[in-house]
Design a protein around this ligand. Structure first.
Ligand code: FAD
Ligand code: NAI
Length: 462
């Protein structure tokens, strides 16, 4: 048994970042993790492995589609699935071991096992009970399924199973056209799987700017993904080799069935708080099973905080990280802060999709006067040279003050380009500020500047 200033439960991006920041601020810190490796969902079965497979299959796609066009003639590439999974595994290892190294460097104790909170100020791990002046719940989330669907992580999988299938399936049905469905659907589509995405709503990636949604779906269709929209999945049945997905089309209530080797259920995630003992402690929860917190990540019980996927807000690694930093600073008596208006969201497909701030639909609903500056990558020299000119940058700015309210990008390196706008928004910049900033030529970033110019007198290259 030991005594700590802070015990963080969970070592995902929220938890490990919080622990490191606490240690940097001079607090004696431990982090409890029940998995065999640190890094949470993100490093073990989320962001990192999915990006490794996205990268590998994007290279495959690039080789097949564009090498010949540039005068590089190679034989048709062959996929070695075992090696691709090994590469994914090495990527995970390198990252999780990196966190272990950072824990040692910052003198953070890793309490191995599943933690619970028997009473305020105490954390139980295995048979040991440790004292903690402050406890941070960073226990993350887990995949949720639908009624009538039994996940076995072999034939009927969540993202976790989809990241380590024994073989590349011939046919896959993806339930849900959200981020996971489209990223992992893209991976298998590029590997030659016939992928059909079944979505309840009439548009993909709910909540995203409608113009981006349309362009994104058009591009994905061109790449070979099939979509069944407005379809309510009723259930999945399996035989030894096949799975059947039954769905009802919402427009006419008609019944349909799709057959596949593998079904990926990607209909959202739910907070993971089982076994912590929160009920007995009287920690208030939201209707959706998230830990309720105030603006300083305090729960309803003194000395217990919560961050990341376990609380409200977007389920994103960087949102969890920012909360981890901020809660550490709050505990240390500083003014921890997260600007929830400027949290980017990125989908790592090809092309990438990136978004920050408000969408046109949200601005319309709020009755806000705004202007739109849009620029197509067709007018960007670098994108044209690189066969990556599909997509656009769209910047939304206040009609009167020109202050940037949001940006939506679909195109090459969108996930990196978005941060220029994030920084601008953090500084309360006007579109003209971006437009007057010199951008190196030839870069994709010039498309951001052109979109900013389009909020004023107009872009140069369109
Ligand atoms: P988690 O990362 O879920 O970590 C929580 C940890 O707590 C887990 O390791 C768990 O074992 C541990 N834990 C739980 N209960 C206990 C307990 N009682 N005792 C001890 N340990 C416990 N987000 C992005 O921003 N970018 C992406 O590209 C991205 N890709 C994703 C791809 C996939 C396939 C998935 C599933 C998610 C992806 N996400 C991505 C979302 C991202 O992974 C999460 O938002 C992020 O991991 C949340 O961090 P967290 O620290 O709140 O929780
Ligand atoms: P999601 O919420 O993004 O998408 C779920 C989709 O399933 C929605 O489009 C929804 O309408 C649909 N759906 C729900 N019920 C359905 C039904 N019965 N039939 C058909 N469709 C149905 O959830 P997803 O993709 O599972 O991702 C979970 C979380 O993980 C997200 O919140 C996301 O933030 C995070 N994540 C982030 C990534 C990134 O930042 N690049 C990558 C992967 C995950």
């Amino acid at each position: 048994m030991a005594s700590y200033d802070v015990i963080v439960i969970g070592s995902g991006p929220g938890g490990y970042v919080c622990a490191i920041r606490c240690a940097q601020l001079g607090l004696k810190t431990a982090c409890v993790e029940g998995r065999e490796t640190l890094g949470g969902t993100c490093l073990n079965v989320g962001c990192i492995p999915s990006k490794a497979l996205l990268h590998a299959t994007e290279m495959l796609h690039e080789t097949e589609e564009n090498f010949g066009k540039m005068g590089i003639n190679v034989a048709k590439p062959k996929v070695d699935w075992t090696q691709m999974l090994a590469y994914k595994g090495e990527t995970i290892d390198a990252n999780t071991k990196g966190i272990e190294f950072l824990f040692k460097k910052n003198k953070i104790d890793w309490l191995k096992g599943w933690g619970s909170i028997p009473e305020p100020g105490k954390v139980k791990v295995g048979d040991e009970v440790h004292d903690a002046k402050n406890i941070v719940i960073a226990t993350g989330s887990e995949a949720s399924s639908l009624p009538g669907i039994d996940v076995d992580e072999k034939q009927v999988v969540t993202s976790t199973g989809a990241l380590e299938l024994d073989d590349i399936p011939k046919k896959m049905v993806v339930i849900g056209a959200g981020v996971i469905g489209l990223e992992l659907g893209s991976v298998y589509n590029r590997l030659g799987t016939e992928v059909t995405v079944v979505e309840f709503l009439d548009a993909i990636t709910p909540g995203m700017d409608a113009e981006v949604q349309k362009t994104f779906q058009r591009i994905l269709k061109k790449q070979g993904l099939k979509f069944v929209m407005g379809a309510a999945v009723q259930g999945v049945t399996t035989t030894k080799t096949k799975a059947k997905v039954a769905y009802k089309l919402r427009k006419d209530d008609s019944d349909h069935v799709l057959e596949a080797d593998t079904v990926l259920v990607a209909t959202g995630r739910r907070p993971h708080t089982d076994g912590l003992g929160l009920d007995a402690l009287g920690v208030e929860m939201t209707e959706r099973g998230q830990v309720k917190t105030d603006a300083h990540w305090k729960t309803s019980v003194a000395g217990i905080y919560a961050i990341g996927d376990a609380i409200t807000g977007p389920m994103l690694a960087h949102k969890a990280e920012d909360e981890g930093m901020a809660v550490a600073e709050t505990i240390a008596g500083q003014a921890g802060h997260v600007n929830y208006d400027v949290i980017p969201g990125v989908i790592y497909t090809h092309p990438e999709v990136a978004t920050v701030g408000q969408t046109e639909e949200q601005l319309k609903e709020a009755g806000r006067a705004y202007k739109v500056g849009k620029f197509s990558f067709m007018g960007n020299g670098r994108a044209k040279a690189n066969h990556a000119a599909d997509g656009f940058v769209k910047i939304l700015a206040d009609k009167d003050t020109d202050r940037i309210l949001g940006a939506h990008i679909i195109g090459p390196m969108a996930g990196d380009l978005i941060h220029e706008v994030c920084v601008a928004m953090e500084f309360g910049a006007a579109a003209e500020d971006l437009a007057r900033t010199c951008h190196a030529h030839p870069t994709y970033s010039e498309a951001v500047r052109e979109a900013a110019l389009a909020c004023g007198d107009g872009p140069i290259h369109s």
